[in-house]
Structures are given as C-alpha cells and as structure tokens.
Design a protein around this ligand. Structure first.
Ligand code: HEC
Length: 345
C-alpha cells in the first residue's frame, strides 16, 4: 500500500510530458537558429551582389575619368563607331596623314559601347543617364528617375533586387559628379564642378550569389539537423535514465518505510513479551508446584499439566520474539507477515 502512495506522487507520464516540453523548446531553438542563419546568409548574398554591382560602377567611373581627362579620345570610324551627332566640338572628326578617318569618343559614348560589351560578355546591364539628357535616348526609366531624384536630396547610392526580363538582378545606381574634365563639354549646359551630371545604373545577375547561398545553406541544414537529432536522442536517453533512477529510489524508499514500520511493531512485540514473561513465569512456577504436590484427582492433574505445557509454549514464543533482531517475512493469504521462526534464528 506504500507503493501505491508513492506512485501517486511520481507519475512517469509527467516525465515524458517534460521531455516533450524540452524537445519542443529545442526544436524551436534549432528551427529559429536555422531561420536566422538563412536570413543572414540571404542578406550576405545580396550584399555580395551589391559589392559586385558597385565594382562594375567603379570600373565605369575609372575609364570615364581617364577619357574625360583627355577631353575625349579619337578612335577609327567604323560601322559600330560612327561620329557622335550630339558631340558638338571643333575637330570631332579628323584624318591621319595616311587617310584613316578618326572621330572623337566622349566618355558617355565610350560608356555606351562598354555597356554593350559587358552585356554580351557578362550579362551585366549598364546605362548612363540624366534627368536632363543631351541625347534623348539617355533618358532614365522610372527606377532611375527615382534614384536620380534621391541623389539630388543627398543620397549617394540606390540599390534593390529587381526582375528584368524574368531574370533577377541586383540593380545599383550612383551619381556621376561633374569633374573639371567634364566642363570642357558640359559647362555650356550650366554645370559646375561638384554638380550631379547624371548617373550610371548597373544590374548584375544575382543567380550565382543565390547558388552559393543555397549550397552553404544545405550544409548548414544538415548540421542543424544533426544537432537537433543529437538533442532529441540525448533528451530521450536522459529521461529513460532518470525514470529508471527515480523508480529505483522510490522502491528503496518504500522498502525502508516498510522496514521502519516493522521495526516499530517488533519493538512493541518485544516490550509486550518482556511484560508477559513475568506472569508466565508465575503461572509456570505455580503449576509446577501444584504438580509436585500429590493430587489424587488425576483429571485435575492432567489439566494442570496441560496448562503448564501451554504456558511453556507461550514462554518459548515470547523468548523467540524478544530475540528477533532482523525480520523475515512470509507470504500468507492476508499478505506479508513476519516469519518468527526464521527471524529469531
Ligand atoms: C568630350 C566631351 C565630353 C566630356 C569631356 C564629357 N562629356 Fe558627358 N556627354 C557628352 C555628350 C556629347 C553627351 C551626350 C551624348 C552621348 O550620350 O554620348 C554626354 C552625355 C553625358 C551623360 C548622359 C546623359 C546625357 O546628357 O545624355 C552624362 C551623365 C555625362 N555626359 C556626364 C559626364 C561627366 C560626369 C563627365 C566628366 C567625367 C563628362 N560627361 C565628360 C560629352 C562629354
């Protein structure tokens, strides 16, 4: 019955309830970590694409400055390099002593040709533009108009993920600032050094960056998954062990409690026996005295003998009971009872 009592205090189901709680928190933690990691990696991929786009823009600025420093450079006229109708300067087209026809290539013209090459070679898009274009085809699109307007409000760069012709690009735009060399051709329009003349927008495909992100993420997903599994197995293992330990301890406690209870009972029995001993001795002594005296009544003598025998038995029993140090139990229909025979040996 003690066992029953302890079982109501400890319910193994509760342990599994805790285990489920721990596993749930663990799963949430792992899931959230993976999500945060994925988000960080995605913004990392976008950052990498942005850096690539920025580098493309810087390349444009570098060769354009080189060209502008010369006030434009001459190139042979060909099918693809025709004189620029918008370039209104003396000696735009010249001829070498041997008769090769040359035309001046202004930075914007060079940029347009370079953009064409970057598109054909690397799938990168580039576009030189201005809110106030000399060449009408250089007019900005909606995205570029927004960017150019924000440059006038002090922004130095605009970038975003854009889909152009079903392909995802990192689109980035920075302003083109009027330098000293630019004024040779653009001073007439009222520009001064430091003014925003326009800008170049570039767009680089993000697919290679997303591909890297995907492979890295796969590796991390496997890692997080293994970690999750290890936690799961660890928790179950720990709970099983804990349950076994608790059961063992409860059993030991039950045993101890029963033992203590028995000890008390035995103590009491011993005290009672002690007290009983004296009257028993008295009865025994008296019956012996009666028997020693000649009684001619054989029936009475038989009875006294019987009393003496039974008192003897009782005396033996009480002695045995007093001798009980540790107890042995035996199973009886009414439950466990102390085996006096075995216990008093
Ligand atoms: C040799 C003359 C020349 C020089 C130097 C020059 N530009 Fe231009 N620029 C032009 C001409 C002509 C156009 C318009 C036609 C075209 O697209 O080629 C133009 C176009 C532009 C455009 C495109 C928008 C538009 O107006 O069509 C921008 C932006 C620009 N120039 C900025 C600059 C900057 C910044 C510099 C200095 C680094 C510079 N240019 C130097 C002649 C010049």
């Amino acid at each position: 019955m003690n066992k029953k009592k302890s079982n109501t205090i400890y319910n193994p189901k509760l342990l599994w309830f805790y285990a489920i709680g721990v596993i749930t928190v663990w799963s949430l933690f792992i899931g959230l970590s993976l999500l945060v990691h994925q988000k960080t990696m995605h913004s990392g991929a976008l950052d990498a694409a942005r850096i690539e786009a920025r580098a493309a823009f810087q390349n444009h600025v570098t060769y354009r400055s080189w060209n502008a420093a010369y006030g434009g450079v001459y190139a042979p006229i060909s099918e693809t390099t025709q004189p620029n109708p918008y370039l209104d300067i003396p000696e735009r087209d010249i001829q070498t002593p041997s008769g090769v026809k040359l035309t001046k290539i202004n930075p914007a013209y060079m940029t347009r040709q370079a953009d064409k090459m970057a598109w054909e070679k690397f799938g990168q898009i580039g576009h030189i533009t201005s809110l106030n274009p000399i060449r009408p085809e250089n007019k900005p699109d909606i995205w570029e108009t927004f960017a150019l307007k924000s440059f006038e409000q002090g922004k130095t760069e605009v970038s975003s993920l854009e889909t152009i012709n079903k392909t995802e690009y990192m689109r980035l735009m920075r302003p083109l600032i009027t330098e000293k060399g630019c004024l040779k051709c653009h001073a007439g329009q009222g520009y001064k050094e430091g003014d925003i003349r326009g800008g170049i927008s570039v767009a680089v495909p993000v697919a290679p960056h997303f591909a890297i992100e995907k492979t890295t993420l796969k590796t991390f997903a496997v890692m997080y998954g293994s970690l999750w599994l290890a936690g799961l197995i660890g928790t179950i293992f720990f709970m099983v062990l804990l349950n076994r330990q608790i059961q063992k301890r409860l059993k030991a406690e039950d045993e101890l409690r029963r033992h203590e209870k028995m000890e008390g009972v035995i103590e009491m029995a011993r005290a009672v026996c002690h007290e009983l001993n004296q009257p028993l001795q008295m009865i025994l002594g008296n019956s012996q005295i009666i028997l020693m005296e000649d009684i001619d009544n054989p029936a009475l003598s038989k009875r006294v003998k019987l009393i003496k025998e039974q008192v003897d038995r009782m005396g033996k029993m009480t002695k045995k009971l007093i001798k009980i140090a540790s107890y042995e139990t035996k199973d009886m229909p009414q439950g466990k009872v102390i085996d006096i025979e075995k216990s008093s040996r």
